[in-house]
Design a protein around this ligand. Sequence first.
Ligand SMILES: O=C(O)CCC(=O)C(=O)O
Ligand SMILES: [Fe+2]
Length: 423
Amino acid sequence: MQNLTQYRELLKFPTDEDLTGAATALIRLQDTYKLDTASVARGELNGIQYSTQLSAGDCFELGRQSYNGYDFYHTELWMSEALKRHEQERSNSTVRWEILEYLAYSTFMQGNLKKAIDLTTELLAILPNHERALGNLAYYEAALKNGTTEIEKKEPSPKVASTMLDPEERDRYHMLCRNENLMSIELSSQLRCRYTHNNKNPLLLIAPLKEEEAYLSPRIVLYRDVLYDNEIETIKRMAQPRLKRATVQNYKTGELEFADYRISKSAWLKEDEDVVVSNVAKRVESMTGLSVETAEELQVVNYGVGGHYDPHYDFARSEETNAFKSLGTGNRIATVLFYMSDVPQGGSTVFPWLGVALQPVKGTAAVWFNLFPSGNGDLRTRHAACPVLQGSKWVCNKWLHEAGQEFKRPCDPKENVEQTSSQ
Ligand SMILES: O=C(O)CCC(=O)C(=O)O
Ligand SMILES: [Fe+2]
């Protein structure tokens, strides 16, 4: 709010990137959760009515942003909605002929020539001398006469193409985000929950963990109630002033950079900063049976509405020669992901190829091994954070590394399948 009011001249906030990012996020939510355009515009998400609505101008802006990204499918959806809202609005936040022009062109680009002609004719009824519209009309009519419905499709730019998901993986990812079940009854009926008693670890003898299996091979388990509310408050309070836009590692250069496929804010906390942070690390040792000596600092992450992380591996693949090199502690052997909030809608952690969806529950931790005992990465652990549809998602995670685990999880060059006994 201060940026908007006091420092407007200096900071120019929100920026163009903020606007583009907000539009992309809304369209991401629409696609992932199959939200219908009119409902979103009315402020209704998955049947829940919120207080905010979109004006014709907002819808127009979403259409324009889609158009700028050569995404004519969403241009048409949002320009049609803009047109409907324009008719209903008393104080018009946009201009009818402009909507018609975008709508006609996006309709044409999707091969509907007749509709493009009708819309352009309507535009010309408002502005008979609109030069571009006159040119377009002649072009659309000629195309219709010659039977040319083949539209020259623009190839996505190399930057966009490199971040595009494999369609099958994307479909599985989105289905899991929508809570559509992908796990067979044969598999899910084998999942158990238990209290973990362990004579070797006094902590587990006094306070056994509530362990819930989410998948067996690879083993993914949930531990319930492993963070106290006051610990969560402390972690959030410490992280808040340090939160920065999250980065990803460029696997070729090893450089950290911003990427559309990971939208969140994060901060790192050291164990010696607060007893809460070191206690969490000790608990991670109990949960995994591994040492945190070589683990990364505690990463705290906050996702706002639309925040997400596309499918990825937590470990570095063999071709990613620069990853984790500077740490000198080997690859990321295991992940411990703590949920520090519930999320009212969206925000699950999903494993597209396993059909597993973990819904964030405050105080729960998810644990899995990323590597086989051979040290090779387990590709089945590919996972993603679904976009947050409503609310704010807080997690923190601890990534454990290979070094120092030699006696706790002995390596075995032959073991490319995980051990059957737990940990
Ligand atoms: O936030 C989540 O649910 C998953 C986060 C994640 O996969 C990561 O940070 O590597
Ligand atoms: Fe991850």
